[in-house]
Design a protein around this ligand. Sequence first.
Ligand code: BEZ
Length: 251
Amino acid sequence: MSGQPAAGQHWQAEGYARHAGFVPALGGDVLALLAPQPGERILDLGCGDGVLTLRLAEAGAQVTGLDADPSMLEAARAKGLAVVQGDAHEPLPGGPYDAVFSNAVLHWMRDAPRVIANVFNALRPGGRFVAEQGGFGNIAAIVTALNAARAERGLPPLSPWDYPSPTTQTRRLEAAGFRVAAMQLIPRPTPLPTGLAGWLETFAAPAMADMAVQDRPAFLTRVAALLPALHDPAEGWIADYVRLRFAAVRP
Ligand code: BEZ
């Protein structure tokens, strides 16, 4: 799923499906928390290639997908979905909605309070905001290895993703006017279908944006060498994912 990309990040729908198809595949719990009803107007914020958006449509919801990336939008349109291009830092189009849903996107946002305010304004009173994103401690080992390898090259540490704790996210939601109905931090070690190399190829571009292209393969080899703790001899590479799953209601 793609939000407004961090510097250096570009999406490519085919590669995303191959290296990160587990992202929508593991979205069942947040879908269950949303419990979409037939006829409900739902915005899927950061719909990506539309795998989960389609499940909302199949549940009978009147769903609109929003994404910033043309390649992802094309893949979602090919599934017959109604999608619009946009950035969640701007007022959200097409409201008021009964619900705004989002999976694995909010950690890409540069200004979370602004995005949360936009979601609030896009909901009808009683409407709900149900989302899952990276939470506190998410991919801590990977981020540490990326920054250690950057430091070896004299580059400053980066933190391109937002991984709030339950307390921080609750405060943000309440500051926007939401009532928080559920908030859970869930460690979820996640096997990587195409290994750490596939994951880094898909997601690590922001950590290499200030690096010469010819230096990047050696950089990624070094990052993998720093992460033996994420490799299991039987199960292969497992990322140290932590999810933050929440539901909030506009009073
Ligand atoms: C995540 O879903 O936690 C994630 C995705 C891309 C980069 C970093 C983390």
